[in-house]
Design a protein around this ligand. Structure first.
Ligand code: DGT
Ligand code: CA
Ligand code: CA
Ligand code: ZN
Length: 579
C-alpha cells in the first residue's frame, strides 16, 4: 500500500465524518494525516506504530489506522463509514460549491445518492425547497453539474498535447531555470488522456513563484487546489491540469513515478523490494540503511533495478520489464524513419488540395514517396471514382511523377469494401493501379460473423495491398465494428496484406493493442495520414506514437523502406513472383 493510497482513504474518512457532522478536531486530524501521507518521502506502510508516531501530526489513532491499512489494505473504520453512507455520495462533495453540510441535507431530506439524483432534484425544483437552499443555490448546483460533465471526459491525445504544450511553454518562460515536463498518460502517448500531468523540478529561486504562475495562466478557468508542491486547475477546453514540484535530486524518480502507468509502477516497486530496495517518487533506497542510490536521473532508477531504461510508450505491463531485464527492448520506430505516406485524398474526390500540392507538401514534410488514394464510387458523398475516372486519375498522377518533383508518386485508390466483401471497382481497374487500400465505410452494424467474412473476402482479393483503418473506430465517438480481429490478422499475414495505422486523430486505427497483436503474429504494418489537405502531414507523429506503443521497430513498418524496396515489397508484386 503506497502513501497516496493511504492518503486517499484518510481523506475519504475525513469527508465522510464531515458529512456526518462529526467532531471538527477529529476531521482536521484525518485531513492533516492525508496531507502528511501524500507528502511523506518514505513508505508509511513500512513503519511500525512507534515509527509512525514520531512523525509530527500523526497521533495514536492515526498511527493504528495506518498500520491496519498496511496490513489489510483498508480500515474497519473506513468500511463502517462507507456502510453508513453510499460511497457515491462522495462524488457530490467534489462538486464546486457543494460542501459536506449540503451533501448531508441532500441525502437526509431527499435521499440523493448520486450526481444523477442530484440533477433530477435540482431540475424539478426539489433542491430549492429545502431549508437554507433557495433558487440561487439550486442554480449553482446545476452549473456545477454542467461543468463537471464538461471536464469529466477523456481527451484526444493531440488535443491534450496542444493544451499541455501551451501551459509548459508558458511556465518555461516564467521559470527558465526549472525543468518542466509532461508526465502521465500524455508522456506515455496514450490515445486519450484523462488529465494533464505536469512535473516541475528545480530549487529556489528558480521555482519560487511557479505555483502562483501556474494558477495565473491565462487559460485557467478555475483553481481546484493551490499548494507548495501540487496545484490543480481547470483550463479552457475542458482539461484538468495538475502541476507537481519536486527537488532536483528527486527529479528522475518523480518523472518515473508520475509517468506511470500505475500497473508498471507497481511491478517496479515489487522488483525493487525483491532486490532489497524500496522505490517511491523520491528515489530508490536501500531498505537496510535507507541510503538513496538513485533519484536524480530516470535512467538511474531503471539501472538500479537491473533494467535498461524503458521508453514511456512501453510502460503498460505488456512485457517491457522482462524485456528490459534481458536487454531485449525493441528499437522503436521514429517519425524520422518514415519515408512514405500511403493514404491521402486530393480534389479529385473529397480532398482540399490537388495531387501536385499534396505531393509537394509531403516532400516538405521530409517524405520521399506518396500514394494518392482517392475514394471509389460507392462513396458518392465524396465524389468517389468509377473505373474510368480512377484510370484517368492514375494517368494524371503518373504524369506528375514523371516530371520528377522530388517525391515519387504512386497511383492508388481507397476502394470501398462492399457489405458482401466484394470490392467497389472491377478487378482489371484495381490491377492497373500501383497500390490498393481497401476500407469499410458503410454497413458498420453487420454482425460479427458477417463483418469477419466481409473483411476476409476483401483481404483474399489478389489486388489488395493494404487494409485501411481496419477496425473503424472513432475515438470517443464510435466503437470498432464487431469482427474477429485474430482471424483478420491471420489472413493479412497469410496473404501479405499490410494493416494500416491510420493517423487521423479520431481514428488512430489500428490502435496500440491491435497493432501489437498484428506485429506479434508477423503482420506487416504501414503508418499513413489519410490526409485530406496539405496541412495534415504533421499528424504522422500520432500514428508513430501508436506504433511505438505497439512495440514496432522500423522493419515492421513498410513505409520505412526506400521507395523501390517498398514498391517491390507490396503484396501485388510479391505474389506475382509466386508459382
Ligand atoms: P489518465 O490521467 O487517466 O489518462 O492516466 P494517467 O496514467 O495519467 O493517470 P493519473 O493522472 O491518475 O496518474 C498519473 C501517474 O501517476 C500514473 O500513471 C502513475 C502515478 N500514480 C498516480 N496515482 C498512483 C497510485 O495510487 N499508485 C501508484 N503506484 N502510482 C500512481
Ligand atoms: Ca493523467
Ligand atoms: Ca493526474
Ligand atoms: Zn477511409
Amino acid at each position: 500500500m503506497d502513501n497516496l493510497a493511504i492518503a486517499h482513504i484518510l481523506r475519504e474518512i475525513a469527508d465522510l465524518l464531515e458529512i456526518k457532522n462529526d467532531n471538527p478536531f477529529k476531521i482536521r486530524a484525518y485531513r492533516n494525516g492525508a496531507d502528511i501521507a501524500a507528502n511523506h518521502p518514505h513508505d508509511l506502510a513500512r513503519l511500525d506504530e512507534t515509527g509512525l508516531r514520531e512523525i509530527p501530526g500523526i497521533g495514536k489513532d492515526l498511527a493504528s489506522r495506518i498500520r491496519e491499512m498496511a496490513e489489510t489494505g483498508d480500515t474497519a473504520y473506513h468500511r463502517e463509514l462507507i456502510a453508513e453512507f453510499p460511497p457515491t455520495i462522495l462524488d457530490l462533495l467534489h462538486l464546486q460549491g457543494v460542501g459536506p453540510k449540503t451533501v448531508a441535507v441532500l441525502y437526509r431530506e431527499l435521499g440523493i445518492r448520486t450526481l444523477d439524483d442530484l440533477e433530477a432534484a435540482a431540475k424539478d425544483g426539489r433542491v430549492r425547497a429545502l431549508r437554507g437552499m433557495g433558487a440561487k443555490k439550486e442554480a449553482l448546483i446545476l452549473k456545477a453539474l454542467e461543468e463537471r460533465k464538461r471536464f469529466a471526459g477523456r481527451h484526444l491525445l493531440p488535443d491534450a498535447h496542444d493544451a499541455a504544450t501551451a501551459i509548459v511553454s508558458y511556465l518555461r518562460e516564467r521559470a527558465p531555470d526549472a525543468t518542466i515536463e509532461p508526465v502521465g498518460s500524455l508522456r506515455r502517448g496514450c490515445d486519450t488522456c484523462g488529465d494533464l500531468d505536469l512535473l516541475a523540478s528545480g530549487a529556489p529561486p528558480a521555482v519560487t513563484s511557479l505555483m502562483d504562475d501556474f494558477i495565473e495562466f491565462r487559460l485557467v478557468e478555475r483553481v481546484l487546489g493551490h499548494g507548495d508542491t501540487k496545484s490543480s486547475v481547470l483550463v479552457q477546453g475542458g482539461f484538468q491540469a495538475d502541476l507537481r514540484l519536486v527537488a532536483s535530486d528527486s527529479r528522475g524518480a518523480a518523472l518515473q513515478y508520475f509517468t506511470g502507468s500505475k500497473a508498471h509502477n507497481i511491478a517496479l516497486r515489487d522488483r525493487a523490494i525483491g532486490l532489497g530496495y524500496k522505490l517511491n517518487e523520491y528515489g530508490v533506497f536501500t531498505i537496510a540503511g535507507d541510503t538513496k542510490i538513485a533519484g536524480e536521473r530516470e535512467e538511474d532508477i531503471y539501472t538500479a533495478l537491473g533494467l535498461d531504461w524503458i521508453p514511456p510508450e512501453l510502460r503498460e505491463m505488456r512485457g517491457e520489464i522482462e524485456a528490459a531485464g534481458a536487454h531485449a527492448l525493441p528499437r522503436l520506430v521514429d517519425r524520422a524513419d518514415l519515408r512514405g505516406d500511403l493514404h491521402m485524398h486530393s480534389t479529385e474526390t473529397d480532398g482540399k488540395d490537388d495531387v501536385r500540392t499534396m505531393a509537394e507538401a509531403a516532400r516538405a514534410a521530409g517524405l520521399e514517396y506518396v500514394a494518392i488514394t482517392d475514394h471509389s464510387q460507392s462513396l458518392a458523398m465524396a465524389n468517389g471514382l468509377d473505373e474510368r475516372r480512377a484510370l484517368d486519375h492514375a494517368a494524371h498522377i503518373r504524369a506528375i511523377d514523371r516530371e520528377g518533383i522530388g517525391v515519387r508518386l504512386l497511383a492508388g485508390i481507397e476502394c470501398d469494401i462492399k457489405p458482401d466483401g466484394s470490392l467497389d471497382l472491377a478487378d482489371d481497374c484495381l490491377a492497373a493501379l500501383d497500390l490498393v487500400i481497401v476500407s469499410v465505410h458503410s454497413a458498420f452494424n453487420q454482425d460479427r460473423q458477417q463483418m469477419t467474412d466481409r473483411l476476409l473476402r476483401a483481404i483474399e482479393h489478389p489486388h489488395v495491398d493494404i487494409l485501411g483503418h481496419p477496425t473503424g473506430r472513432k475515438i470517443l465517438q464510435r466503437e470498432p465494428y464487431a469482427f474477429d480481429v485474430e482471424a483478420v490478422v491471420a489472413a493479412a499475414v497469410r496473404h501479405g496484406v499490410a494493416l494500416e495505422i491510420n493517423c487521423q486523430v479520431h481514428r488512430l486505427d489500428l490502435n496500440d493493442v491491435h497493432a501489437k497483436l498484428a506485429r506479434d503474429r508477423g503482420a506487416r504494418l504501414v503508418i499513413s495520414t489519410d490526409a485530406h489537405s496539405k496541412t495534415a502531414f504533421g499528424r504522422l507523429r500520432w500514428g508513430v506514437m501508436v506504433a511505438r506503443r505497439a512495440w514496432l521497430q522500423p522493419s515492421d513498418v513498410l513505409n520505412t523502406r526506400p521507395f523501390e524496396e517498398f514498391r517491390s515489397g507490396l503484396r501485388r508484386h510479391a505474389e506475382r513472383g509466386q508459382p
